[in-house]
Design a protein around this ligand. Structure first.
Ligand code: NAD
Length: 481
């Protein structure tokens, strides 16, 4: 059975404890590899390696950092098939999605931040003819990056790339649920000539490795993506230590459909925004609000399309549109929310059940894409994050009403609006409490734009200069002329 190893000080090594966690393939339910069950001792050696590497890396000219990061991007790209298959086996998403979405995006992350650093500049503030201020932006030192299981390599590199581009050294932890592609990345970093200690990857549980990273006094900034409860725990420990914090947390995003929308475009995209990656994307629109005159037409067309197109099955099969749910625990959580929705008076229009595909995936964790109507906007099903292939339909009559319902959750990550009325689109965009608004599209991403949420969806922004600013400290220098 394949053993994943930690990547510390440029070496692939076993955890100090020598113990491992079984890592299952969600499409079969069988353990297929072993993930290090690391602890604070491994984090300690990773921090020591990062500290030792910092002086040289932070003084490495940006062109050289760019060269190495571009090389990492090229090597991931030339191993696209290996990475895509590994991600699919580890996470459960369809292979076409790993190949066309997840892994190419990891390549883009490395390339984008690797080259962005060559254009990163700081400001100057002249004070007439008697003084000038300029801002130095220096790397922080050793920083921590902790990522979740839903888009494993995509989100891992989204943090690591700006951190190392800016000259920091990193102690990173991928999710223990999906550690494989982070391990493949460590092999690539060695091949690309990334100096030892610049990136250290410590595998293991959140409560052991994640909390050791959070609490380590030498780690001065934490970039975290994951659940809101975990974010709270990290803030509780890190805030009194005055660490810089970027927290990208949960969501319960509204998808608002007005009767004047371009129906066909909206329908195609709403199927995607509801169920892509089994609904396990923090940006998925899980609460669909439909203007009442369009409600019945939308409901029928949506259900027909979901039933006809979203084939659930073996993630390695090209025909599969909906793969496996990432873990048994999460599978049970999603099913329990479907039960809750029924208890709350919801009417399941399609799906609602676990699926046992024939053949090799017979013991895997699969759930039918599920559409529910008849729930109040403020019931638990409509307020809590499910993070699976489950959406609810709710009719609305006025802009005021839908705004109130859209803004009623503790979350504020993203929102989608479908309308051909430009004035209304701008008016709604300004009033929805979320960090990201898509109008007549979904998940259309430009890596330069600020990315993040408000309320319990997080603190801080990633992407573009925001990320490079997060991973640097600004220092003002004032010179009297
Ligand atoms: P999670 O919070 O359980 O775990 C995320 C990471 O934190 C994992 O690596 C985990 O091991 C680690 N961790 C767990 N406990 C920890 C602790 N006490 N201290 C430090 N680290 C700890 O989240 P998950 O279940 O892996 O991911 C799903 C969640 O992530 C959903 O809520 C989803 O909305 C959110 N998410 C948000 C975004 C975003 O950009 N806002 C993107 C993707 C996923």
């Amino acid at each position: 059975m394949q053993k994943i190893l930690n990547y510390i000080n440029g070496q692939l090594i076993e955890p100090v404890s020598k113990s491992y966690l079984g890592n299952p393939d969600p499409s079969t339910g069988e353990v297929y590899s072993l993930c290090p069950d690391s602890d604070a001792a491994d984090v300690e050696s990773a921090v020591a390696a990062a500290k030792a590497a910092f002086n040289q890396w932070s003084n490495t000219p940006s062109e050289k950092r760019t060269r190495i990061m571009t090389r990492i991007a090229e090597l991931i790209e030339s191993n696209l098939d290996t990475f895509a298959k590994a991600e699919t086996i580890d996470q459960g998403k369809p292979l076409w999605l790993s190949k066309n979405g997840e892994i190419p995006r990891a390549v883009s992350n490395m390339r984008f931040f690797g080259t962005a650093i060559e254009h990163f500049a700081s400001e100057a503030h002249p004070m007439g003819d008697h003084a000038i201020n300029y801002t130095l932006r220096t790397p922080i030192g050793v920083v921590g990056c902790i990522s979740p299981w839903n888009l494993p390599l995509y989100l891992f590199t989204w943090k690591i790339a700006p951190a190392i581009a800016a000259g920091n050294c990193v102690v990173a932890k991928p999710s223990e649920v999906t550690p494989m592609t982070a391990f493949l990345l460590s092999e690539i970093c060695i091949e690309a000539g990334l100096p030892a200690g610049v990136l250290n990857i410590v595998h293991g549980l959140g409560v052991k490795v994640g909390s050791a990273i959070t609490a380590h006094p030498e780690i001065k900034a934490i970039s975290f993506t994951g659940g809101t409860k975990t974010g709270e725990e990290i803030a509780r420990i890190a805030a009194p230590m005055f660490k810089k914090l970027s927290l990208e947390l949960g969501g319960k995003n509204p998808n608002i459909i007005f009767a004047d929308c371009d129906f066909e475009k909206m329908l195609d995209e709403t199927v995607r925004s509801s169920f892509l990656n089994q609904g396990e994307i923090c940006l998925c629109g899980s609460r669909i609000f439909i203007e009442r005159p369009l409600y019945e037409k939308f409901k029928i067309a949506f259900i027909n399309k979901v039933k006809a197109e979203l084939i659930v099955g073996d993630p390695l099969d090209a025909a599969t549109k909906t793969g496996a749910i990432v873990s048994k625990i999460h599978f049970e959580k999603v099913l329990s929310y479907i039960e809750l929705a029924k208890q709350e008076g919801g009417n399941v229009l399609c799906g609602g059940n676990a699926v046992k595909p024939e053949g090799r995936c017979n013991k895997g964790w699969f759930i039918e894409p599920t559409v529910i109507e008849g729930l109040s906007y403020n019931c638990r099903t409509n307020q809590e994050e499910i993070f699976g292939p489950v959406v609810t339909l709710t009719p609305f009559d006025t802009e005021e009403e839908v705004l109130m319902m859209a803004n009623s959750t503790q979350y504020g990550l993203a929102s989608t609006i479908w309308t051909e009325n430009l004035t209304r689109a701008h008016r709604m965009a300004a009033q929805i409490k979320a960090g990201i608004i898509w109008i007549n599209c979904w998940l259309l991403r430009d890596l330069r734009t600020p990315f993040g949420g408000v309320k319990s969806s997080g603190v801080g922004r990633e992407g573009g200069w925001e990320a490079l600013r997060f991973f640097t400290e600004a220092k003002n220098v004032c010179i009297k002329l």
